[in-house]
Design a protein around this ligand. Sequence first.
Ligand code: PMP
Length: 396
Amino acid sequence: VFAAVQMAPRDPILGLNEQFAADPNPAKVNLGVGVYFDDNGKLPVLACVAAAEKQLLEATKPKGYLPIDGIAAYDKAVQGLVFGEGSEVLQAGRVATVQALGGTGGLKVGADLLKKLNPAARVLISDPSWENHRALFSNAGFEVSTYPYYDAATRGIRFDAMLAALKAAAPGTIVVLHACCHNPTGCDLTPAQWTEVVAACQAAGLVPFLDMAYQGFGEGIAEDGAVIGQFVASGLQFLVSTSFSKSFSLYGERVGALSVVCADRDETTRVLSQLKIVIRTNYSNPPTFGAQLVATVLTTPALRAQWEEELAGMRLRIRAMRAALVEKLAAAGVAGDLSYITRQKGMFSYSGLSAEQMQRLRSEFGVYGVDSGRICVAALNSKNIDAVATAIAKVA
Ligand code: PMP
């Protein structure tokens, strides 16, 4: 059965990690993966998570199966975060939310549901996008194409072209949109541009699928979530995947969710029943621990306040690193307008460096970024930023 199996291509970013681990350079810096590190270059354990963990471990419970759609208190807390506590759409019972295995799991459960409902639909992702978007929707059986997004010339968004592509898409087309902190470019739409995107989705009869992997890393929890309110206000039906990997620094616990906004309570009940079939036939039901941690933090006022503060701390540290990078690049002699670095949102920056320059950064300076030019600003710190800026200046 396996004799003819071909070797699959390596995941480019995980392959980079292996290369990094094998590099003997003591000054090496890994800016490849999308992970937030603190100023000591360590993966943080949030204090609110540690407190919730202690609480849970002190009251050890039997490890039964969770319901197929996960912990009810968790799903409710996710809804509050994404749609606003007590919002009309929640009160009307128009949102089906299921716990999922990270943001990736939320996307896949949503993709599988959509494939069942409309097998002929096409999927549009941004050009460029998080690499797994294409692979995930292709594997779910969809034909995946792109809509224009990044403009290398202006280091901004090709907004008119994006809008035209959405308007020209066939009714029923699934459009994957980054709710905030676009991965890999760091370029986000303005609220006014979102208004036009919502209208285009509505006019063309598209199915928006919002990927929210970085809520709180852009401008703030509410600010980054505001786009959801715009979609709700339009009356459209749409999907939202949520990831807590970054915002709770819970990468390996696989904590995420999928929310589906429906027309009414009855439709929501029917959609939820189908979501449960997708989950049941894939992995039966989700794991307990990570979602318990997140639910505990989100529903305990003191821990919730602590989380918001810690998340703000991560957001502000990234911003400080962006500002410092601009300053240090300029000081190291990099000419031109570098303000795009501070304009970009979230963990990533599209540096504009070519694949060749990125390779030189690795081989000559031990600075590891993705060949697309993407660097993870959240992996910069006060100890490595000088070396990174000097290295970039040498290859720029
Ligand atoms: N969507 C985007 C845009 C991402 O960047 C990521 C994480 N790199 C995910 C989804 C997946 O998140 P998770 O690790 O929670 O599955």
